[in-house]
Write a protein that binds this ligand. Structure first.
Ligand SMILES: *Cc1c(COP(=O)(O)O)cnc(C)c1O
Length: 407
């Protein structure tokens, strides 16, 4: 008799975006002639950069010949990509890392979800609230979350991020072992400055806490006070794993390429040993359960670091950030309280008239045919907010903002 992993049965209802998709489908069948605009899901819309397409084509042709075809990739990624990452994302910021501290993968969702494989089920986890749902759900699957009581898991420490604390999480009040941080933040679009992040690193070092730092939106940072990598902070190599992705940086959501940094200085504990290398464990985990990112995709990722590549992906990010400014200033003319949108492609807006997230979501869908994401879907502290994304195309974004401003 095959028994299931019962932790999966603890997960509540349908995933947020499935619920939204259902509502959109119902709305579209009710109003078949309306142009429904989505500022909802965090997915890119603009084409891949020309250098990326060229790299994909060239690498595909290499695969067509016996002399140049490639089979399995090296476990941690091809040196051409790893070296480009080290040089551009780290050395350029004064951070020195070794090639074997970088693990190229197929996504930051998989990596942030899988990292729990190397961590004990007994760890107490802290997450910010609202939060990217992957961190919570993967801990539930691993049996690390406890039971769900009134929308919150009994073994998870929630760090509320609200307008009252400027969306800056306070350090945990009780003892925790692992903290997930995502900055620039999805869903709120807010950031931590160098000073804030240093407080987290100092806390983690003093309390032997592991930080899991998701930097998926690093490329959207405009403010010089906001670090692009946690390793810009002294001591972070001893307490933090960092996740990067080409998905939002270069529009790779459909291509799939990411990387995770696990410094060799980073140690954790076993029952009888205080000196276990997480780099060694992650290497073992990845080489056992993952067989690498496609050669052609790694070549495409490498191309984003060429001088033309950098210019081309910057132009697309600028395009999205122009959308962010349009949304932000449009909502501000409605006197709505609006956060984010400056260092991140997300705008986090307080609902008017104290409407709940879903009430305001329904209002925008039914009256203005605009899809957003209800803040409450990201956690209890997201109630009373909606998230709008800047990843749409320009015309749709302008049209959606016009509908809101003129209604
Ligand atoms: C989009 C996103 C990612 C990227 O995930 P991929 O699997 O690399 O596409 C990672 N973290 C957060 C918070 C995200 O929003």
């Amino acid at each position: 008799m095959a028994l299931v992993n019962e932790n999966f049965l603890r997960l509540p209802g349908s995933y947020l975006f499935a619920e939204i998709a259902k509502k959109i489908a119902a709305h579209k069948s009710e109003y078949p002639n309306h142009h429904v605009i989505s500022l909802g899901i965090g997915d890119v819309t603009q084409p891949l950069a020309p250098v990326v397409i060229k790299a994909l084509q060239d690498a595909t042709l290499e695969m067509a010949s016996e002399k140049t075809m490639r089979g399995y990739a090296p476990d941690q990624g091809y040196p051409f990509l790893v070296n480009a990452i080290l040089k551009n994302d780290f050395e350029a910021r004064g951070i020195s890392l070794d090639a074997d501290e970088i693990f190229v993968s197929d996504g930051a969702k998989s990596d942030t979800g899988n990292i729990g494989d190397i961590l004990s089920a007994d760890n107490i986890i802290a997450i910010t609230d609202p939060v990217y749902p992957v961190y919570v759900d993967t801990n539930v699957m691993a049996g690390r979350a406890g039971t769900l009581i009134d929308g919150r898991w009994s073994n998870i420490e929630y760090l509320d991020c609200t307008a009252e604390n400027n969306f800056i999480p306070e350090l945990p009040k009780q003892r925790v072992d692992v903290v997930y941080l995502c900055y620039p933040n999805n869903p709120t679009g807010t950031t931590l400055t160098r000073t804030h992040l240093k407080a987290w690193v100092d806390y983690a070092l003093a309390n032997e806490v592991l930080l899991l730092y998701d930097a998926a939106y690093e490329a959207f940072i405009t403010d010089p006070e906001v670090p692009h990598s946690i390793y810009e902070i002294e001591g972070a190599k001893q307490c933090a794993i960092e996740f990067h992705s080409f998905s939002k940086t270069a529009g790779f959501t459909g291509l799939r390429c990411a990387y995770t940094v696990v410094p060799k200085e980073l140690k954790a504990y076993a029952q009888e040993d205080a000196d276990i290398s997480l780099n060694t464990l992650w290497k073992r985990r990845q080489s056992t359960k993952f067989n690498g990112t496609a050669y052609i995709v790694q070549r495409a990722a490498e191309a984003t670091y060429s001088p033309e590549g950098k210019q081309q992906i910057r132009a697309v990010i600028d395009y999205y950030m122009e959308n962010a400014r349009t949304i932000k200033s449009g909502l501000e003319t409605l006197n709505m309280k609006v956060y984010g949108g400056v260092n991140a492609p997300y705008i986090w807006a307080k609902t008017p008239y104290n409407k709940s997230s879903w009430e305001y979501f329904d209002f925008l869908l039914h009256h203005l045919h605009i899809v957003t994401t209800p803040g409450s879907g990201f956690g209890k502290s997201g109630e009373g907010y909606i998230r709008l994304t800047a990843f749409g195309n320009r015309n749709d974004t302008l049209e959606a903002v016009n509908r809101m401003v003129n209604n």
